[in-house]
Design a protein around this ligand. Structure first.
Ligand code: SF4
Length: 226
């Protein structure tokens, strides 16, 4: 008889709840592949993009990060203050929480790929770019200009599953106006790839009661990746 050993995972500290979990097999680190080269070539090809107004005020384009052969891809909203300065997605407080969420399903951040709906920092007041708390959601015309880049990234990576973090990523890839609270909790088909919407980590920082819903979504995601 197989003895199932359950343990409380340290990673679930983000839940502030006692949740039983089992470790899952981790994906191997990505070996250099043609896709990796292609993704890097694609990054270089759009690195000076100024198709929308966000390109004029950004410090760094935040293309995305992680494994070019990831089985799981997260898509967020857009870069914020910290991401604009570091050129990496999800590096602020919400990013630290996302790292814990990824680890809670037995993966490392380097196993997955993380991108955003827009690649440059949307600001409420672009003339005051040094101010924190100056972030805003991307405007529809900004999303429309940047979406082909995200679509190309998905096509190159071809993940087994996509997890959309928050309203803007979910609504954009699913082409719907349905609120995230009604979208989350089930998979949708995105050109043959199962797509699961869930709350953005920043929403969990504002409202920790949402963590239980995200944990339910992560368990679905983990099962779909087996
Ligand atoms: S947000 Fe996207 S479309 Fe707009 S300038 Fe940046 S990379 Fe180009």
């Amino acid at each position: 008889m197989v003895r199932l050993t359950k343990r409380y995972c340290e990673e679930e500290a983000w839940l502030d709840d006692e949740i039983l979990c089992e470790p899952v097999a981790r994906t191997d680190a990505a070996a250099p592949t043609a896709d990796k080269l292609t993704l890097e070539q694609f990054r270089e090809s759009i690195s000076s993009c100024k198709k929308c107004a966000l390109g004029k005020t950004r410090i760094n384009m935040v293309f995305g990060s992680g494994s070019p052969s990831a089985r799981l891809m997260f898509v967020g909203e857009g870069p914020g203050y910290d991401e604009d300065r570091q050129g990496e997605p999800f590096v602020g407080r919400a990013g630290q929480l996302l790292t814990k969420i990824i680890e809670s399903i037995g993966m490392k951040r380097s196993d997955v790929y993380i991108a955003n709906t827009v690649k440059c920092h949307p600001m409420i007041d672009p003339l005051n770019s040094d101010k924190r708390g100056n972030d805003r959601p991307p405007a529809p015309e900004e999303i429309a200009q940047c979406l082909p880049y995200l679509e190309k990234q998905i096509a190159i990576i071809r993940p087994k599953c996509i997890c959309c973090l928050g309203t803007w990523a979910s609504r954009t890839l699913l082409a719907t106006e349905t609120p995230i609270g009604k979208l989350r909790g089930r998979f949708y088909d995105y050109h043959g790839i199962p797509l699961l919407p869930t709350y953005h980590p920043a929403a969990l920082l504002r409202n920790p009661a949402l963590k239980k819903d995200v944990w339910q979504d992560m368990k679905m995601l983990k099962a779909a990746l087996v």
